[in-house]
Each structure stands twice: as C-alpha cells, then as structure tokens.
Design a protein around this ligand. Structure first.
Ligand SMILES: [Zn+2]
Length: 238
C-alpha cells in the first residue's frame, strides 16, 4: 500500500520517496506519493520522478493497482525504469492538477446549484460534467450559472473529515443530507464539506481549500442522456 499524501494535503506539489517495486508492466510503485491516482471521476496525475543524479522519468498517468490501495505511476514511453530502493523526488504537473482541483470543487457546487440526483460525472482539464436525473424538468442555464458563480465567489471553506460506518449508521439524518450516498464496508469514509452546510458528500478526490479559488465558471452544452438524464457541462471561464 502507498501512503497517499495528496489526501491530507492536496497542495503538495512534490515529495521525496523510495521505489518499492517496478511491476511487470513497468509501473512504478513508491512508498509514498503526491500523485493522485485515477478514481472518483478525477484523472490521475501526470508529472515526473527525479532521481538523485538529476535523471527524469516522465509519468503519463497514475492509477490504482488491483488492490485499490497501491498507487502505480505509469511512465511515458521509452523511459529508463528505476530499481527498487532508489531514492527520488516525485513532482506532479501542478498547473494541470490545480485546474483539476478547481473543476472538481466546482462540480460539487454544480450539484448544489442544480439539486437533482447525480447519476454520473467526469472531471477534465478545464472542464467537467455531471449527469442529473431531472426527468422532464427544463434546465435554466442562466439561473444555474448565476447560482454556481455566486457559490464559487462566496469564498466558502472546503474541508474534509472522516466518519466511521458506525457513526454513519447512527446518523441517518446526516446521510439524508448528502447528495451522494456514502459507500459502506471500508470501516471509514472521507467526507468533503463546503461551508457549514452548503454541501456534504463522500469524496476521495482533491479540492481547493476555498471556493473563491475556483474562479469564474461557464455552462457548456447540455444534452439529454436517455429518458431521465441530462448531461450538464461546465468549464473554467479563464
Ligand atoms: Zn470531491
């Protein structure tokens, strides 16, 4: 298992680490990392690993291994692979990650601005989308965009907290307020809270720490997806 440093501090851009193993497909496993692994609709980080002699290994993406706990750094093509025990510094592509953090947090706010059940979503670089089960309800894009920008501009605090399965079971009211139902069985779940009660939902992704960091947002094209679902796209306006 890899220590996921991004979970406690999404603003870490680099860290020192040791190579634990290079798997049969060339994936590099470190003892700890700042690289977010693909999951929860958020793409894995890109960046590079820097050896002590200055050699760089470019990382094309980051994924979880089959155990869902070990993080695998997938090198770009034609990189020289390190050997286990090698000490290095892991650097993420911070500009890209920060845009992903802004968009990820913006999508939490979109689920507040458009309060319908969310059936899917995807975070991209500078843009993202959620699918809403809103039946025949008309989508008022101007109204949603205004609500979304007001929420983002409100400079609300974004914080994470952990809750155990037992605490969830003992607080049905809390579960009811969440826009996404928390998964059970892992023993504890990470919740992301915006403001005091703007949004609370289980999430393992990386977010900005204040909504004002998101900046201005625009609604993109929306489209029907099947009978019930409406796909709503947003993008960073800058
Ligand atoms: Zn999230």
């Amino acid at each position: 298992m890899t220590t996921p440093l991004f979970r406690d501090d999404a603003y870490l851009r680099s860290c020192e680490a040791d190579v634990v193993v290079v798997n049969e497909r060339g994936g590099i496993v470190l003892d700890r990392t700042v690289f977010y692994a693909t999951g929860g609709g958020q793409p894995g980080d890109t960046g590079y690993l820097e050896l002590e002699d200055g050699t760089r290994i470019d990382i094309a993406t980051t994924v979880y291994d089959a155990d869902k706990k070990t993080i695998v750094h997938v090198p770009a093509e034609e990189q020289t692979l390190p050997t286990p025990g090698t000490k290095l510094t892991a650097h993420i592509d911070w500009a890209r990650r920060y845009r992903l953090m802004r968009m990820h947090t913006a999508l939490h706010l979109l689920s507040v601005a458009l309060p319908f059940p969310v059936t899917g979503g995807q975070i991209g670089d500078g843009e993202g989308r959620l699918d809403f089960d809103m039946g025949e309800t008309a989508l008022d894009k101007e109204k949603v965009a205004a609500a979304l920008n007001e929420l983002a501009g409100g400079d609300h605090d974004v914080a994470s907290e952990w809750i155990t399965d037992e605490e969830l079971d003992a607080n049905p009211g809390l579960v009811k307020t969440m826009s996404v139902q928390p998964p059970r069985g892992a023993g504890r779940v990470r919740l992301v809270r915006i403001g005091r009660d703007i949004d609370l939902q289980p999430c393992g992704g990386t977010h900005v720490s204040r909504t004002s960091e998101i900046g201005p947002l625009e609604l993109g094209k929306s489209e029907k997806k099947g009978k019930q679902n409406r796909r709503v796209r947003i993008r960073l306006a800058d």
